[in-house]
Design a protein around this ligand. Structure first.
Ligand code: SF4
Length: 355
């Protein structure tokens, strides 16, 4: 077993030579910049995150600018990253920082982790990376490293495993060079102690790592109990106007799946007669169906969704649905500044190619 002091010494020495120091959120490390990066990185790889992060920070350079922006603008800058609750919570939290903390990111772990979308580990990472405060963190990378070094093989995310790992994280976090240590252990998990094929030969803590000694590092941490996800289905109706230059879209309710994003009218079946009747009743004008596109399958954290896309166009003399706050004719020749879920963006791109 490796002593915490020795673990830290070797890890920091490795970090000084191999750690990542030029990621965009590592320059000018304010709590806000670190916060945005930590939220984006929760479900997204570093290389994918970088261009989104740059665009987001350029558009919303401060907590105030994010708090005061329209939700459409925020979601538009999140389009393509997925897990949109992250963006909605980020803005909600920015508004709370403005109203409850005078526009400054909170100084204590308790206050920071009370903000929407910020858990104990994220709060610890923000405060340690930007202010050098001593707080342990336990993101996916850190969990993996600690579970392997100590051969903790209970199911990942079970409360017993989490309790053990939080205890280890607390024990290992140093009193000095906290920001470097936090970055170092995250980097080790991301670049050396990877989920598959860890590079134990290059690892600074390999001597003393129990998982390596056991010869099966990938066994740790144990797999989370697998839950089978229910299946759901929906039909998305892509209705073009009479000139076929725009498509009808509507804004989803602010909470729930794809909350606040723009999508196509949805119906429970793709039966043509039912669709036409339902559409006329709901939107007040007639459509002619053009055909189906191949179904799209999208997996959420708690169910699978099969989307049947159906294309259609407006007919008759009706002027069609009037644009209101939550309905619009989306011009296919322009990129409108609206937040779109990934499958909806894909369908829009398809419509552009086909027209
Ligand atoms: S020795 Fe291998 S398994 Fe152990 S921490 Fe290093 S990379 Fe991970």
């Amino acid at each position: 077993m490796i002593e915490p002091t020795e673990f830290r010494r070797r890890l920091l020495k490795w970090f000084d030579r191999h750690g990542r120091t030029s990621l965009p959120w590592q320059s000018h490390r304010t709590p806000y910049r670190v916060w945005v990066s930590e939220i984006m990185l929760q479900q997204t790889r570093v290389s994918t995150t970088i261009p989104f992060y740059r665009r987001f920070i350029r558009r919303f350079p401060s907590i105030r600018s994010l708090a005061e922006a329209s939700m459409d603008d925020v979601l538009h800058h999140w389009t393509g990253l997925g897990y949109y609750a992250r963006a909605r919570n980020l803005q909600k939290a920015a508004q709370q920082v403005m109203s409850k903390h005078g526009g400054r990111f909170p100084r204590t772990l308790e206050q920071a982790s009370a903000l929407p979308g910020i858990g104990r580990s994220t709060a610890g990472a923000i405060l340690s990376l930007s202010r050098g405060q001593r707080h342990p963190i336990l993101d996916g990378n850190v969990k993996r490293v600690l579970a392997r070094v100590h051969a903790v093989n209970g199911p990942a995310n079970s409360s017993a495993t989490m309790k053990t790992l939080w205890g280890l994280a607390e024990q290992y976090t140093p009193r000095t060079r906290v920001a470097d240590y936090t970055q170092a252990i995250m980097d080790l998990g991301a670049t050396v102690c990877t989920p598959r094929n860890p590079l134990c030969g290059d690892c600074p803590v390999s001597r003393g790592c129990l998982a390596r000694q056991n010869g099966e590092p990938e066994r740790y941490p144990g797999k989370a109990a697998k839950k089978s996800l229910p299946e759901r289905s929906t039909t998305m109706l892509m209705v073009r106007d009479r000139d076929r230059t725009a498509v009808l879209m509507e804004k989803r309710p602010p909470s729930g799946i794809w909350g606040g994003l723009w999508s196509f009218p949805e119906h429970r079946t793709s039966d043509p007669d039912d669709l036409r009747r339902w559409f006329r009743r709901e939107y007040g004008f007639a459509i002619e169906l053009d055909g189906d596109a191949p179904p799209i399958r999208h997996t959420f954290s708690h169910f699978h969704l099969t989307i049947t896309p159906v294309t259609a166009h407006a007919v008759g003399t009706s002027g069609g649905v009037m644009e209101k706050g939550d309905t619009l004719w989306y011009n296919l020749d322009r990129t409108e500044k609206r937040g779109l879920a990934a499958p909806v963006k894909r369908l829009l791109d398809q419509l552009r190619t086909d027209s």
